[in-house]
Design a protein around this ligand. Structure first.
Ligand code: ZN
Length: 444
């Protein structure tokens, strides 16, 4: 399956930068929920590996000089600045063995995900001679609440990694809230995981200008997948099944559905895709620095009509095609500097100016998809600093990209619409249960 909305790309990091911090008259704390790449599966280091008994060296069993090799176990903790190599060599394991064990581990786990305080249990066999380095028999640790990993020296004479995974149960996660200061703060308060919030913002980004449209009293709710261990520890959160926002009294609700095309997307109850033909903001993480309309031109000094909107962002920030279309113009265009125009259909074109460069190889006549990078923010042409000047042309005339009524995207038809409609009652019931409505009790 191909999930458009869910992909955690760098793109998303940008969206959040601008969106989450744009509260109502205030900024939110982004740090507390983890960054955009926050991954709940790595967050757990505290209850890793059975018991840690005293100091690491307390495990060392002194072997008499002529005794047969004995196996000792050491519990060791990841310290600041540690790599797995450092940790192993600090425990007297020679680099060759350490390297072989790490190579085996890397096939199932990225050792860079180790966290300070994480525990590793090492089994070591004393060397044959008194001064010889002990050899590593096995190394085990808990990678996250659901997975433990063991790297073991096998009879075949090589290290091998084995992953033990607890069975996870899928359940519905749900969060709802009313916005008082910012969407971000309300979502944190409602216990919505950061990745779910990211996905929710992506779903609504076609309808909602998060920097302007969010008002005190606006509401939201979201139903998503949770994967938990038997003990009830949520290890992963998954896809959003349903998300709704009520903005200044206007209700928007979207349901997840995978049409025959195979591309999972979100649709309102009439089967209309959340996607619009054109995006209002074809760059992520940018700040709207100048709106559409009359303004005193920053370079020319006199009042002039500004027939586009400006988004300020650092040079090199990717610019996306606002919709599917064909490159109509690409090249230098006077005061516009490096410029691209895309023809979307017989009515709409979009234009992008002051770029620092174009996507490699892109040329006139090429087809582009919505969201595809076409070039990069710059300050070429008549421009005072790095920004994107973005225009929407309707029947050849520039219109305000922020307010022009945009044509709707895909609508489900035929068998797809039937299947989608048939899926809604069950989903509505899950939503009702999650809300605590009705007589159905949620399974634990
Ligand atoms: Zn402009």
């Amino acid at each position: 399956m191909n999930h458009r909305v869910r992909s955690r790309s760098a793109l998303l990091a940008g969206v959040l930068g601008s969106v989450l911090l744009a509260g109502i008259g205030g900024s939110a704390l982004l740090g507390t929920l983890g960054g955009p790449d926050f991954d709940p599966t790595t967050a757990d280091a505290s209850n890793a590996v059975p018991a840690l008994i005293g100091e690491a060296n307390a495990f060392a069993i002194a072997a008499p000089d002529d005794a047969p090799a004995a196996v000792q176990t050491r519990a060791v903790t990841v310290e600041r600045g540690d790599t797995l190599m450092k940790l192993l060599t600090r425990n007297d394991i020679n680099r060759r063995e350490a390297h072989a064990a790490i190579s085996a581990l890397t096939e199932v786990y990225d050792p860079r995900r180790m966290q300070i305080g994480q525990l590793f249990e090492l089994s070591l066999k004393n060397g044959e001679k008194k001064e010889a380095a002990p050899s590593l028999v096995s190394l085990s640790f808990k990678a996250d609440p659901a997975r433990s990993i063991q790297v073991r020296f096998t009879d075949e004479g090589a290290y091998q990694a084995e992953v033990k995974e607890k069975a996870l149960k899928r359940a519905d996660g749900f969060g709802a809230g009313t916005i008082r200061t910012s969407l971000y703060e309300a979502a944190v308060e409602a216990g919505i995981p950061a990745s779910v919030l990211h996905d929710m913002i992506r779903i609504f980004s076609f309808d909602v200008d998060f920097q302007r449209d969010i008002q005190t009293g606006d509401r939201f709710e979201v139903l998503y997948d949770e994967h938990a261990t038997e003990e009830g520890t949520v290890v992963r959160v998954g896809e959003i099944s349903y998300a709704a926002m009520t903005l200044s009294g206007k209700h928007l609700a979207y349901y997840q559905y995978t049409p025959k095309s195979g591309v999972t997307d979100y649709f309102n109850e009439k089967g209309q895709s959340v996607r619009k033909t054109l995006m209002r903001t074809p760059v992520n993480g940018a700040r709207l620095s100048s709106g559409y309309g009359k303004r005193k031109h920053p370079i020319l000094g006199y009042t002039k009509m500004h027939r586009g909107v400006d988004f300020a962002a650092p040079t090199g920030t990717p610019i996306m095609a606002a919709g599917d279309g064909v490159i109509d113009f690409i090249g230098r265009n006077g005061a516009y500097g490096k410029y691209i125009r895309i023809r979307h259909n017989s009515t709409y074109k979009t234009a992008y100016a002051h770029m620092s460069g174009y996507k490699r190889g892109l040329k006139r006549g090429d087809r582009v998809k919505q969201g595809e990078t076409i070039g990069y923010i710059g300050t070429t042409g008549r421009s005072t600093g790095p920004h994107l000047h973005y225009e929407v042309h309707e029947n050849g005339k520039q219109r305000n990209p922020m307010s022009v009524k945009l044509p709707a995207g895909e609508k489900l038809k035929g068998a797809d619409m039937k299947r989608f409609a048939a899926s809604l009652p069950a989903l509505d019931q899950r939503i009702a249960v999650a809300r605590g409505e009705g007589q159905f009790l949620a399974q634990d």
